[in-house]
Write a protein that binds this ligand. Sequence first.
Ligand code: FNR
Length: 342
Amino acid sequence: MTRAKRKLEHIKYALTTGNNGQAGFADIHFVHQSLPDLSLDDVTLNTVIGELYLSSPLFINAMTGGGGAKTQEINEQIAIAARETNTAMAVGSQMGAIKDKSERPSFEIVRKVNPDGIVFANLGSEATVDQAKEAVEMLRADVLQIHLNVIQELTMPEGDRDFKGALERIHAIISSVGVPVIIKETGAGISMETAKKLASVSPFAIDAGGYGGTNFAEIENSRRKRILEYFNEWGIPTAVSVVEITHGAPSIPVLASGGIKGADDILKAISLGASAAGMAGPLLKTLMQDGLDALISEISELKEDMKVMMCALGRPTIQELQMAPVMISGDSFHFLKQRGID
Ligand code: FNR
């Protein structure tokens, strides 16, 4: 199967699989404050993470890799939505376009339609320094994401089987690529131990990419004859992973993604210590099912809802929201307690 066909299958199955509601956010509870002492007009969403300025803590996470007219069209529409809502966006893996230059236009379109926006390039941890530089150059990217996807590769019949040396390659890329590097998971979450290892190479940020949303084991299992059932429910729920990372890598900014479904999940993730939150599958679903205008409306409403809830919580900035108290119940409480994180 060609890479382009595989990417289209990922999109198709991403729309029909996934563990909605198991990312742990139902276990996270805000503590209501009846005297917020601020006006809705005082609430601002902009946030600064290191050298990166974001107009809101929401970013559109990596989705479509290159290949073919269909993925080019999807990338173009996501880039228009990002531009119209002033939202940072990541592209999907650019490895295909590095290996086959004819795939470059499906990424270059992003910069063409969104020349001034914040754009994240994307490659896997198998990438070399030269490939990382090429991915950044292809998009004049502001940031590079490196994804970790062991579960997807092992479930994919044609996937990688050798995961040696990833941290060393990531270190080499961080040292010389020239833009901030985010390390992200793709739906299995990042543990305290992995976060600690990642912190040793000083990434710009770590994105939990936790369990509970788009599920690549299920997507790949939909494409194979002998199903690896055991990977379908494998991973650290996103809410738990965010806390694990803050403990394993206390000095590194944390991003939350994986099963973020609404503005409340974004704010809960920030209250747990994240600096920003990414959404992929739900936004793709809106685009594919309801079109570009619906996607733009959804992103605008997410931002409006964030502001309304921040007003109710008496937290006018993202920085202050990070300090808001939350109550953790259920499985997430027990998970963290047994991990020694209280
Ligand atoms: C993805 N994701 C992804 N991530 C990545 O780093 N590189 C990639 O090429 C892709 N490709 C991709 C394709 C499709 C169709 C989807 C839906 C997702 C993973 C994505 O960035 C994110 O980590 C997960 O999807 C979890 O977030 P959601 O979807 O639950 O919000």
